[in-house]
Write a protein that binds this ligand. Structure first.
Ligand code: URA
Length: 475
């Protein structure tokens, strides 16, 4: 039988493949008589004169199991040039036997399922390892990332990035094609090279320094690490730049650690802190003597953040209040109580989160014996932002939640209105997300009972969304 040639519009052209496959299947064309190619792709074995165009589908009813459609949409994105032919062969099998896809002993099914898995894995890597760098263009801030997928998944995954980073302007550059989002429209352009993407910035320097400080040579499992985070992605991720050097030195450092542990007196009963815990403890001790602004003069003590260093959610409040200033812990007074209740209602365990403040000293004026809270000024927030930055660098939470305007100012580095950002996560320079909500003391101050009830429900709703997002990101 003469061969039929199908030229698809793109590497991931599912619609083109489906239409052609329908026409061919209806005409009873066997898989061996079809040449599949992609426009602008490499020439195949057949000369143009040897093949005819595929017959158009007749429009007759033609149903295939839904599972196959889903598999085909994914497999079409695989890098294997035989994917279109394999899918067509499977389609013909399904025409004869609707259950053919359930036959795992069939090598064709097995191969297609494996290809499906590879594409899904590639997509997962893209979600996890795309790192945006902030750049300025004529319209303001834009986030640009460089990524090299193994398969033709860029258009397939564009929706994920649009949903996740709806409010930002971003571009993802890849060798095959680039996609761009301006806040409203998704566009694409031809492939780019790594040189077209921006390189590191000071934020990344901090990131690298901390990655080094938390790197424990005794824990290096190169095989597991490279399986989860293949080497090809390292070059795009600032925190991995030091891995090679660190692994190279790991054995020596491990030996030195063992040697040191032999030569010092018996270890204390408590387990030795990890490098990260030690770095945090040193930071906290340092903050206790902070004189970066004048607030230390009247406050009782620095109130540093607290919580697990592997917390997925980091909450930022404004500053310690009267109770916190005395207790030395964040959110333990009336606002803290309300915060705890709202967290519980939203299904968040406070102990699993890291809680801190934009400003670490209590700012107040004395009225008689009472110390009356005063909001911190921009200068105080800025002076204290150094500590918050260090805390975030150590915890590296996927989600930072700002409670109130001062916290939002600290995290975004500029004044923002809560109403405009509430419910719309923003991407931070380190690739994590910031969620904005109100401060619990705002609820305490509302004089009207009904308004308080409504605002409380909205606050809980914000927190519930944060919990769901944290679960989604760590699933
Ligand atoms: N308000 C805050 O912003 N932080 C606290 O720790 C307590 C009250």
């Amino acid at each position: 039988m003469a061969a039929h040639r199908v030229t698809l519009a793109g590497e991931d052209d599912f619609d083109g493949w489906r239409d052609a496959a329908r026409g061919l299947a209806e005409a009873g064309v066997p898989a061996s008589a079809v040449v599949w190619e992609v426009e602008g792709g490499e020439a195949d074995l057949f000369g143009a004169g040897d093949a005819t165009a595929a017959p158009a589908p007749t429009g007759a009813s033609f149903s295939v199991p839904r599972d196959f459609v889903s598999l085909a949409k994914t497999v079409v994105c695989h890098r294997d040039p035989e994917r279109f032919a394999l899918l067509y062969a499977m389609l013909l099998k399904l025409r004869a036997n609707k259950r053919a896809l359930g036959d795992r002993a069939d090598p064709l099914v097995d191969r297609l399922k494996a290809m499906e898995k590879e594409v899904r894995r590639d997509a997962h890597k893209m979600h996890a390892f795309v790192r945006f760098r902030e750049v300025e263009d004529d319209d303001g801030e834009r986030f640009v990332a460089w990524f090299e997928p193994d398969n033709h998944i860029v258009r397939r995954e564009a929706g994920f990035f649009v949903r996740r980073f709806t409010n930002m302007r971003w571009s993802i550059l890849t060798p095959e094609l680039c996609i761009h989002w301006d806040g409203e429209t998704l566009t694409q352009s031809p492939g780019a090279t790594r040189a077209d993407a921006p390189d590191g910035d000071p934020v990344e320097e901090t990131w690298k320094t901390y990655y080094k400080s938390i790197f424990n040579p005794a824990r290096v499992k190169v095989k597991a690490m490279t399986a989860e985070m293949p080497r090809k992605y390292w070059k795009n991720m600032p925190e991995t730049a030091a891995i090679g050097e660190l692994i190279a030195g790991a054995q020596a450092r491990e030996a030195a650690m063992i040697e040191k542990s032999r030569s010092v007196p018996a270890a204390p009963k408590a387990p030795p802190p990890s490098n990260r815990e030690a770095a945090w403890a040193a930071l906290r001790d340092e903050a206790m003597g902070c004189t970066r602004c004048d607030l230390h003069c009247n406050a009782t003590q620095t109130v540093f953040g607290e919580g697990p260093l592997d917390a997925k959610i980091l909450f930022v409040g404004e500053q310690p209040g009267d109770a916190e200033d005395l207790a030395g812990r964040p959110f333990v007074g009336p606002a803290g109580q309300l915060f705890d209740e709202a967290l519980a209602e939203a299904g968040i365990e406070r102990a699993s989160t890291y809680v801190t403040n934009a400003v670490k000293h209590f700012k107040f004026v004395l009225r008689g014996k009472r110390r009356i809270h005063q909001s911190p000024g921009a200068g105080e927030i800025q002076a204290c932002n150094w500590w918050l930055g260090q805390e975030r660098d150590l915890v590296r939470p996927p989600l930072t939640v700002t409670l109130g305007a001062s916290a939002a100012r600290a995290v975004f580095g500029k004044a923002v209105t809560i109403a405009s950002l509430r419910g719309q996560p923003r991407l931070l320079a380190d690739g994590s997300e910031a969620h904005v909500t109100v401060h619990p003391s705002y609820l305490l101050r509302l004089p009207d009972k009904d308004a308080r009830r409504i605002e409380h429900a909205l606050f809980v709703e914000d927190l519930r969304r944060v919990r769901e997002r944290a679960e989604e990101l760590t699933a």
